[in-house]
Design a protein around this ligand. Structure first.
Ligand code: EPZ
Length: 423
């Protein structure tokens, strides 16, 4: 018997009845993180509503406070202010732990003239460089130098410019929005990311006094302003959390209604679930999904928004592993985002990976097994697979899950799932 001190928190998941009921969706982690970085640009407080105390939110809070900024989170209301910002280098271990920490770079260069950051790590889903962020900063007049695993970015005053992004990187688009909104003159971002989280950041920056047009399209124009003030903003709902629950409802043959969602942000997934044979109905702020199992296999290619989101690729594998027939998935956004496949195979899933393509042959049922989550979205995929596996599935690696899902197991239990947490 392993010593108690060696036991890690785990979820014990058992197959049960179809998920049914209603669920409120939280505000989006991937909108909140860049918004927290934007607070460093404001003279005054930035207040964010409906902020769940996710691990990544708390990590970003620690990054900000390590720089001298103010961060408080009570009852899901976050208050942030640049305050007496004095540090130009967030702690190495925080930047390594969470790639989104890199988003403080542009505000630091704007406020202090300099930022020094370790090259980010983040999840295990690929080397995820930041060359597009840095190339864009150089285009705005910053001087970028590298040395012993760190990068230093300096500029006395950023100057607007026309920037073409070789890839519509979400983070690079957000970095350059943050940098350009108080740069001198006009900046054009060409081939920009169109993700809803980019639009939310631009909307909030405009509430703070920025002049940004075209967010949500491939061409964004930013007219630099002298300063930004604080504001209060409610981040958009989390389309990835929502998509995860829609997939869970379908793979259990249930009927679930999600509230506080923006259906348009889930068009790609909704279309795929309908192709698989589920009924999906949406109205203002709501999506309802109903599925009688088993669903049909699919062909899916992950793409930048509005294409199928890479963050829902792993959760979808749990559904495709149990679908009728063969599915083919191509992961075009990250070069190593199949870490969940090995663990799903241990549960009996029939999956073959060749490069960026995965072929999944649906099986009647999976078998419960002790599995360890290797990253955030893989963790969700393993819990979802356990909902349709015979016997018990013990999921560890919950530190990954808690980065991006608030009370996932409680919400699934509320919908009828058989999950218990053991410390
Ligand atoms: C954001 O990451 C999200 N994170 C990711 O969600 C999401 O998977 C990703 O966008 C794609 O939608 C946050 O918003 C905090 P990218 P980001 O820059 O900004 C390459 C989750 O599960 N690239 O669009 O890092 C990169 O290597 C997380 O919530 C460069 O090569 O994504 C990757 O292959 C995971 N050079 C691709 O582009 C660069 O300078 C997409 O990266 C930047 C990116």
């Amino acid at each position: 018997m392993e010593g108690m001190e060696g036991r890690k928190p785990r979820l014990i998941v058992k197959a049960g009845r179809p998920l049914c009921g209603f669920l409120q969706i939280e505000a989006a982690k991937n909108a909140i993180l860049p918004l927290m970085a934007a607070a460093l640009l404001a003279d005054g407080k930035l207040k964010l509503r409906r902020v769940p105390p996710l691990q990544d939110v708390l990590t970003m809070g620690r990054v900000l406070t390590s720089l001298g900024a103010g961060f408080g989170l009570t009852d899901q209301a976050a208050e942030l202010e640049a305050g007496n910002l004095m540090g130009e280098e967030p702690p190495y271990e925080l930047v390594r732990a969470m790639r989104a920490s890199f988003l403080v770079m542009a505000p630091l260069v704007t406020r202090l003239g300099r930022a020094v950051l370790a090259l980010p790590g983040g999840c295990a889903i690929g080397n995820r460089p930041v060359a597009l962020h840095l190339k864009g900063m150089e285009a705005l007049g910053a001087k970028v130098t590298w040395g012993n695993g760190k990068v230093s970015v300096e500029a006395s005053k950023l100057m607007g410019n026309r920037i073409y992004l070789d890839y519509p990187s979400v983070g690079a688009t957000e970095t350059l929005l943050l940098a350009a909104c108080t740069a001198r003159g006009e900046t054009w971002l060409d081939n920009a990311a169109e993700e809803p989280e980019v639009v939310d950041l631009a909307n909030c920056l405009n509430l703070m006094g920025a002049h940004i047009q075209g967010a949500g399209t491939k061409m964004i124009r930013i007219e630099g302003v002298r300063w930004l003030q604080g504001t209060t903003h409610t981040p958009i709902p989390d389309r990835i959390e929502a998509g995860t629950y829609l997939i869970a409802a379908c793979l259990t043959g249930g009927e679930v209604t999600l509230e506080n969602v923006i259906p348009e942000h889930l068009h790609a997934l909704s279309a795929k679930l309908q192709q698989a044979g589920a009924q999906v109905e949406s109205s203002e702020g709501r999506i309802r999904v109903r599925a009688s199992r088993p669903l049909n296999g699919l062909e899916v290619v992950t793409m930048p928004y509005p294409g199928f989101p890479t963050d829902l690729q792993a959760p979808l594998f749990a559904l495709l592993a149990l679908a009728r027939g063969t599915s083919v998935v191509s992961e075009t956004v990250f070069e190593n985002r199949y870490l969940h496949v090995g663990e799903l195979r241990r549960m009996g899933a029939q999956i073959r990976v060749e490069g960026r393509a995965a072929t999944i042959c649906g099986v009647e049922s999976l078998s419960g097994a002790p599995v360890r989550a290797p990253d955030l979205r893989a963790a969700a995929a393993l819990v979802l697979a356990g909902l349709r596996a015979e016997g018990e599935t013990e999921v560890t690696g919950l530190e990954h899950l808690e980065r991006g899902y608030y009370r996932l197991e409680e919400k699934l239990v509320r919908l009828g799932a058989d999950i218990r947490r053991e410390e």
